[in-house]
Design a protein around this ligand. Structure first.
Ligand code: COA
Length: 170
C-alpha cells in the first residue's frame, strides 16, 4: 500500500515532506547530501532537511529532493519560497525534477492559499550557470514555467513563479 503523501509520477514515487517533520525522508536526504558532499560548508544538513518540500524515490532509493524556505525578496517587495533542487548523479536527466516539480509546486501553492497570513507571492529560484542546459536559455522555462526576472551579481539567473491567488500590495 502507498505510504501517506506518496504518489507516482514518471516512474518516481513522490513523497511530500513540506512541514511534516517526516524523519524517514529527512534521514534519506541527509544521507544523500552527506554521501555526495554537495551542501555548502556553512549549511547544516539537519537544518536543510527541515526545509524539504518533497523527495522523489526510485525503487525505494532517494533520487531527488526539492527544498523551500521563506524569504522576503527586496526587489520584488514580497515574500517568496526560495526553492533549491538536487538530483543524485545516477538519476539526472531522467525527469526526476519534472516529476518532483509538478506535484510540489501545486502543493506549495495550495499551502500558501490556505495560509494567507504567510503572504507568499510565489516561488523563486537562483539558477546556477549551466545547471539546466538549454532550458535556462528560455526566458519562460519549459515544464515548470519559471520566468527570468533578474540576475544576481555572481551571474545566477533569478527565476520566479507567481501564485495566481497572490495580490500585490498597492
Ligand atoms: C540541475 C538538476 C537539479 C537537474 O535535475 P534532473 O533531475 O537531472 O532534471 P530533469 O531530468 O528533471 O530535467 C528537466 C529538464 O531540465 C533540462 N536539464 C536538466 N539538466 C540538464 C543538463 N545537465 N543539461 C541540459 N539540460 C538539462 C532539460 O530541459 C530537461 O528536460 P529534457 O531532458 O526533457 O530535455 C541536477 O542536475 C542537479 O542536481 N545538479 C546539481 C545541483 C544543482 O545544480 N542544482 C540546481 C541549482 S540551480
Amino acid at each position: 500500500m502507498a505510504e501517506e503523501g506518496a504518489l507516482s509520477v514518471a516512474g518516481f514515487d513522490i513523497r511530500i515532506a513540506w512541514q511534516r517533520n517526516d524523519a524517514g525522508i529527512e534521514a534519506d536526504a541527509i544521507e544523500m547530501w552527506t554521501r555526495l558532499d554537495i551542501l555548502p560548508p556553512e549549511v547544516r544538513p539537519e537544518d536543510r532537511a527541515k526545509q524539504l518540500a518533497a523527495a522523489a524515490y526510485s525503487e525505494g532509493q532517494i533520487a531527488a529532493v526539492a527544498t523551500g524556505v521563506v524569504e522576503y525578496i527586496d526587489f520584488l517587495r514580497a515574500r517568496f519560497l526560495v526553492m533549491r533542487s538536487m538530483t543524485a548523479p545516477e538519476f539526472r536527466r531522467t525527469h526526476a525534477q519534472v516529476a518532483l516539480a509538478l506535484p510540489t509546486m501545486t502543493m506549495l501553492e495550495q499551502w500558501s492559499k490556505a495560509n494567507p497570513n504567510e503572504r507568499i507571492a510565489g516561488l523563486i529560484g537562483f539558477v546556477e550557470p549551466g545547471a539546466w542546459g538549454e532550458a535556462a536559455r528560455m526566458p519562460w522555462g519549459p515544464y515548470f514555467g519559471w520566468t527570468l526576472v533578474a540576475y544576481t551579481h555572481d551571474g545566477k539567473q533569478v527565476r520566479v513563479v507567481w501564485f495566481d491567488h497572490y495580490r500585490i500590495e498597492s
